[in-house]
Design a protein around this ligand. Structure first.
Ligand SMILES: *Cc1c(COP(=O)(O)O)cnc(C)c1O
Length: 380
């Protein structure tokens, strides 16, 4: 642990050396000429958007990706001048901000394109944009069957520059690639229609991490990576790159130790009753920090061993059984997510507790847990 203000005995460690290694391994795996965009939406899945963006740029990311304009502005305010793709849909009111801060919005309809064009003309600017084609996810974008016509129309607006066309997979990381390949086929058909109209697109992109790993025939010019550089795989079945490892660990310290007598109950709702005398540790972290709300479920690592959560965890505290570690003392370090000794609690283990996915757990760790960025030499 470092830095003086971050004194709360519950924190998140981000291993910047491992991040650097992950990027190096991804770079080595990336086919020549394939560029990558680093998606840093939702605070880079809870890891800290600015820090992750800076590392990504150093590792060769040609572009950053956010979903809100505010996320993009945070990067600009921290001195990051790399192109930023703002994905999803923009309100008219957001368009001026995009121009003022040199953001590259996704524009998926004629009306919004006209608004953006007008603003660009007023400022005698040419503004870059990308367009999304919905190839089957039914989320953002122009439906594939209509996309070529819309793209041809938007491509004629002189104050705008169509820099990219993107699509997004609904299922890229499972073994069954049938639908992914169908989406790819729709995208390729649409691109062929553009070629027939003599329209060439500088940057065509379709793959997230799952697509990057498993759908090399869908790479096009650029891939959009979010979770992989953070060291987490989107599924258990997708391809592995040896050496990639998680960069986030969630830690706390034992804040108090209680001696339970037979019959004592633990926590809200009295979900646990001691059947023998034993010690428990109170950890100063709870569901208000992003840990799932659990009842007699979940484990943490103390002295390299697993300690069970007993009773119900609170917003700010949880109790764990110390029966297996008699040597444990107040202020000993505890790992909720990450490695200790030879054991590891993965983000997937925690995701199971609340029936969700790793993305949700990573981005669910709250702001009130300080992020501590570590590089070699600073590590304890
Ligand atoms: C979030 C997101 C990504 C990144 O997905 P990962 O699975 O984290 O790599 C890529 N593209 C779009 C459009 C996204 O919304």
């Amino acid at each position: 642990m470092s830095t003086s203000q971050k004194v709360r005995p519950a924190w998140i460690e981000i291993d910047l050396d491992q991040l650097h290694r992950n990027f190096a391994l991804i770079r080595a795996d990336l086919p020549a000429n394939l560029r990558f965009l680093m998606v840093v939406k939702d605070n880079a899945y809870g890891h800290g958007a600015v820090e992750i963006a800076q590392a990504a740029i150093n590792a060769g990311a040609c572009m950053l990706g956010t979903v809100t304009v505010d996320e993009a502005l945070q990067l600009r305010q921290n001195g990051i001048s790399t192109p930023i793709l703002v994905m999803g849909e923009r309100t008219d009111a957001e368009l001026a901000e995009c121009i003022a801060h040199n953001l590259t919005p996704c524009i998926n309809d004629v009306h919004t394109a006209a608004k953006l064009a007008k603003l660009a003309e007023q400022q005698r600017r040419q503004v870059d944009f990308h367009i999304e084609v919905d190839t089957g996810m039914s989320r953002y974008g122009v439906r594939w069957s209509k996309a070529a016509a819309v793209i041809a129309e938007l491509n004629q607006i002189t104050s705008l520059r169509l820099q990219g066309v993107m699509s997004h997979f609904a299922m890229s990381d499972e073994l069954d690639k049938t639908f992914a390949n169908q989406q790819l086929q729709r995208f390729e058909d649409m691109l062929a229609q553009l070629t027939a109209r003599n329209i060439s697109i500088p940057t065509r992109h379709m793959c997230n991490t799952g697509g990057f790993l498993d759908l090399p025939h869908a790479h096009f010019d650029m891939v959009r990576l979010g979770i992989l550089p953070l060291g987490v795989y989107p599924s258990v079945v997708c391809r592995r790159i040896a050496g990639i490892a998680p960069i986030m660990a969630v830690k706390t310290r034992i804040a108090a130790i209680q001696e339970l007598a037979i019959g004592d109950s633990v926590g809200y709702g009295m979900c646990y009753t001691a059947e023998k005398p034993h010690r428990l540790a109170v950890l100063p972290i709870g569901y208000g920090d992003g840990y799932p709300r659990v009842r007699n479920q979940g484990e943490v690592l103390i002295h390299g061993q697993r300690a069970r959560i007993i009773g119900g965890n609170a917003m700010d505290a949880m109790m764990v059984d110390l029966s297996a570690m008699p040597q444990a003392q107040r202020w000993d370090e505890v790992v909720l997510q990450g490695k200790q000794g030879n054991d590891e609690i993965s983000v997937h283990d925690i995701a199971k507790l609340k029936d969700t996915v790793s993305y949700d757990v990573l981005s669910g760790w709250r702001e009130r847990l300080p992020r501590v960025y570590q590089t070699e030499g600073e590590r304890p």
